[in-house]
Each structure stands twice: as structure tokens, then as C-alpha cells.
Design a protein around this ligand. Structure first.
Ligand code: DUC
Ligand code: ZN
Ligand code: ZN
Length: 472
């Protein structure tokens, strides 16, 4: 099957231009000047299928490098399965996810990896890869890191919070970092000071401050900035590369910038919720409504310049990419477990379907360029996590993961069910998007077109990843 996408403006991280994209089977074979002929024949009439992208942007498929489908967490499971979550991702122009294999203390990381492969196999509508969560790092976890790298899992998430669940202490973190500096793995860090947070949580609850708002207040920016600094110091000591996940505090972003200026291999992501949503307006919504936006790190105060700093850091490359931390829970029977005690609300927000649209708003409002949009949503995730070349770029030899984005289209994230995620609410209710995902191809297959879904569970393949292409 050959496909020609004609008439569009091709946008890569490196620039934009009028070009036609020629696809053979699953692979891009050429970017051509508009109207090109090949060996004398008119391409439009010799390919099997022509897709007209006139007036639209043609970009690499989005890569969401931080999702939690079916995650067992907070006494329940994230509500999106691999099938529903990857279908929703496709609707929103994301063609690859990197999900997290979960290992709780006493579980074997390799067994958990096999389990997650089983959960995902045959169920994904788009391609998928895995990071591995390591809790309570032990000798066995260190051995498993080498074996997992051979399986294409080249990044490991550690936690400085959630004591008794995920937390590793500084010595354990140090040992995992020493290992990573040997084998080239990327250490991903949930950087919040867990002990400080646990104490503040107990103090708020003892005062009867039980509403969702206090989730945010009990996880102050100082706890994030301090842990970020500590993680950076431990990485510096060991020489391990470090990637800070879900950065939300201005002061944490500043720590990353200082480390990078010193020449350290420290990277960071932020998420759409930290660019648009706030402690006061969302977590502080009346009654129990704020539970919709309970996630960690938490939404920050709108009065302290955090959102502004996130956009600045994305523009200046002090933060390199945007993932969602997609970890959806329904209000009914999930979030409502925390009525009367905010610490029992499962932590997470669902955004996998909206990331490309929400970040495109940064282009519309002048926060980032069109090319930077592609870079932070598609290209850098591929390079950061060892998939670039096949993923993250429109170029000969790359997988034909392509999004046709209409800058003149409109997307309403309305009240009620206007999304495809398995959630009974939307964290983005009421957002009006200037732009629209029109057509999505995953390895040459049209999976979304003209408001209809043409994909199928099982089309998505596991992507074994190389080491980060950001490192020498
Ligand atoms: N934060 C969340 O909000 N959910 C999943 C795990 C995490 O770190
Ligand atoms: Zn985390
Ligand atoms: Zn996460």
C-alpha cells in the first residue's frame, strides 16, 4: 500500500516547508517537492491512496513519554486500559506511549515487566514502550536493570515520596544511580520530599482540613524544589543521567536550569496541568469537586509564577518535553474514596487525548513556535528515550506515524463525554482549542480520519528502546 500526503506544510523540529510525504507500507520513503514526479510518472495517480492536507500541518505522531494505563495505585486501578487509553491517545494525535511497569516492594521487576507485556500485548491501538518503576531498590533491582535494558527498557523511575509504597531512601537512590552511570540507563525521578509531605498531611487532617485543596497545600513547592536539588546532587556524585518527571514548581525548574548550566546531564518534563490549571481554581473548587485535579506533584498557586516559569523553561530548553502523567480515575467509586480525607483520593489526571491540542495553544498564544511544539511533543521524547529515527520525525526510513493537524479547525472539550478516555469527567472540561487533529496514521494505517476511528486494538506494537540519544 502506497500513500501520498499532498498539499500540506510539513513541520519537523528543525523547520517547516511545503512537501508531499510518500509512504510505502509502514514506512516514510520520501519527502518530495509538491507535485513531484517519480521516474516520469505523476505520483498522485500512481499511489494507492492520496490524502489531501492542503492548508494543514503535517507533523510526526505525538509521543507521550509518561502514561499509567491500568496502574494499580491508591487502592484501585487507573481507569484507562491499554485499549481505551491508546485509542484515546490516537484520537488526540499521539501515536506512541511510554508506559510504566510497576514494581512494588517485594515484587520481582522482571516478573512485573512480563506481566505488563501481557497486559499490553494485543490490546494497544498505537505503538507502546515501557519504563520501569523500581520501589525500595534492592540488590535484585540493580541486577534487573541490566536485564531490562536488554529487553528495551532503558529508563527507571524512582520515588522520593510515597513511603512504604514506592519510596527509595537516598542510599538506595545512590546505588541505582551508580548502576545507571555504569550501564547508561536514564534515572527518572519523582522528586518530592516524602517525609515532609507525610507530616504535613497528618497535621492538616488532625485540624479537620480534609478537602482536596489540602492535597496541594500539604505538598508545597519547597518539598519539590528540595527533592529536585537532592536528586541532582546524587546524580552529580554518581555521574548518572537524571530526568525529573512532572515538574510543577518554578523553584524546581530553576534547580534543573542551574544543573544544566553547570554541564550536568539533567533533564525535565512538565505536563499540561502545570501549564494551565491551578491550586486555587481547580484543587480549590467547591465541595469535593477539587478531587478531579488531585495529582502529584500537585497543581501550584496561580499567584507564584509557576505556570509562567513552565512556559519559559520549555521555550529556553531548561525543560525539554511535555508528557501527560496520564493516570485517570473516575469520580464515582475512585476519587470519591477520599471524601472526608484528601489523602485517600487516588492521585492522577487524565490528559492523554488532549496533550497535542493543549500544547498547540502555546503556539496560538505565542509561548512557543510551531517547530518547538513538534520538538517538545514528538521529537525530544523520541530522542530522550531511544526511539529517534523510527519515531519523532518525518524523514525517509521513519515509521509512518503522521498527524495532519488543522490550524483552522476547532476542538471543544465540552461538558459531558466529549473524549474517549475511560473517565466519568474531564479535567479539561470547558477548554476551547484553536486547532484540530484531523487525520492520524500509525505505521501507515489511518487510525483516525474525519471524526471517525479506524484503528484497532492489537495494531500497536512493542517498541524496544535504545539508550537515550541525549547522551554521548
Ligand atoms: N503522580 C500521580 O499523580 N499519579 C501517578 C503517580 C504519580 O507520581
Ligand atoms: Zn511521579
Ligand atoms: Zn507518573
Amino acid at each position: 500500500m502506497t500513500t501520498l500526503i499532498t498539499g500540506g506544510t510539513v513541520v519537523n523540529a528543525t523547520g517547516r516547508g511545503a512537501a508531499d510525504v510518500l509512504i510505502d507500507g509502514e514506512t516514510i520513503v520520501a519527502l518530495l517537492a509538491p507535485g513531484s514526479t517519480l521516474l516520469g510518472s505523476d505520483l498522485v495517480h500512481s499511489v494507492d491512496r492520496v490524502i489531501d492536507a492542503t492548508g494543514k500541518y503535517v507533523i510526526p505522531g505525538g509521543i507521550d513519554a509518561h502514561t499509567h494505563m491500568e496502574m494499580p495505585f491508591g487502592g484501585t486501578f487507573a481507569s484507562d486500559t491499554f485499549e481505551s487509553g491508546t485509542t484515546a491517545a490516537a484520537w488526540g494525535g499521539t501515536t506512541t506511549i511510554v508506559d510504566f511497569v510497576v514494581q512494588y516492594p517485594d515484587e520481582n521487576p522482571l516478573t512485573q515487566f512480563a506481566l505488563w507485556q501481557d497486559k499490553a500485548a494485543g490490546n494497544c491501538a498505537i505503538d507502546y514502550a515501557f519504563h520501569q518503576i523500581l520501589s525500595d531498590v534492592q540488590d535484585s533491582s540493580l541486577h534487573a536493570m541490566d536485564e531490562l535494558i536488554a529487553e528495551g527498557v532503558t529508563s527507571f523511575k524512582l520515588f522520593m515520596a510515597y513511603k512504604g509504597v514506592f519510596l527509595s531512601d537516598d542510599g538506595q537512590i545512590l546505588r541505582a544511580m551508580q548502576k545507571a552511570s555504569d550501564n547508561g540507563a536514564m534515572i527518572m525521578m519523582h522528586a518530592e520530599n516524602g517525609s515532609v509531605i507525610d507530616t504535613l498531611v497528618q497535621q492538616h487532617l488532625a485540624r479537620g482540613e480534609t478537602a482536596p485543596y489540602y492535597h496541594g497545600v500539604s505538598r508545597p513547592w519547597q518539598a519539590e524544589a528540595e527533592a529536585t536539588h537532592r536528586a541532582i546532587m546524587l546524580a552529580d556524585l554518581t555521574g548518572a543521567p537524571l530526568y525529573i518527571v512532572h515538574v510543577s514548581a518554578k523553584q524546581a525548574a530553576e534547580q534543573i536550569a542551574v544543573a544544566r548550566d553547570r554541564g550536568q546531564n539533567v533533564f525535565g518534563e512538565t505536563c499540561p496541568q502545570y501549564l494551565y490549571l491551578s491550586l486555587e481554581e481547580h484543587l480549590g473548587a467547591p465541595g469535593f469537586e477539587g478531587a478531579k485535579w488531585v495529582c502529584s506533584t500537585p497543581l501550584r498557586s496561580k499567584h507564584e509564577g509557576h505556570q509562567h516559569q513552565m512556559w519559559n523553561s520549555l521555550r529556553t530548553n531548561d525543560l525539554q518535553l511535555v508528557s501527560t502523567d496520564h493516570c485517570p480515575f473516575c469520580m464515582k467509586d475512585q476519587k470519591d474514596m477520599g471524601i472526608g480525607d484528601f489523602s485517600k483520593i487516588p492521585n492522577g489526571i487524565g490528559s492523554v487525548e488532549h496533550r497535542m491540542d493543549l500544547l498547540y495553544q502555546g503556539v496560538v498564544t505565542g509561548e512557543i513556535t510551531l517547530e518547538r511544539w513538534v520538538e517538545i511533543c514528538c521529537t525530544t521524547p523520541a530522542r530522550m528515550f531511544g526511539m529517534y529515527g523510527k519515531k519523532g520525525v518525518l524523514a525517509p526510513g521513519a515509521d509512518a506515524d503522521v498527524v495532519i493537524y488543522d490550524p483552522n479547525g476547532h476542538t471543544s472539550i465540552g461538558l459531558g463525554k466529549t473524549h474517549h478516555m475511560a473517565m466519568d469527567y474531564s479535567a479539561w472540561e470547558g477548554f476551547e482549542i484553536d486547532g484540530h487533529v484531523d487525520t492520524v496514521l500509525s505505521r501507515g494505517q489511518v487510525v483516525v480520519d474525519g471524526g471517525a476511528f479506524h484503528g484497532r486494538a492489537g495494531h500497536g506494537r512493542y517498541v524496544p528502546r535504545a539508550l537515550s540519544q541525549y547522551l554521548i
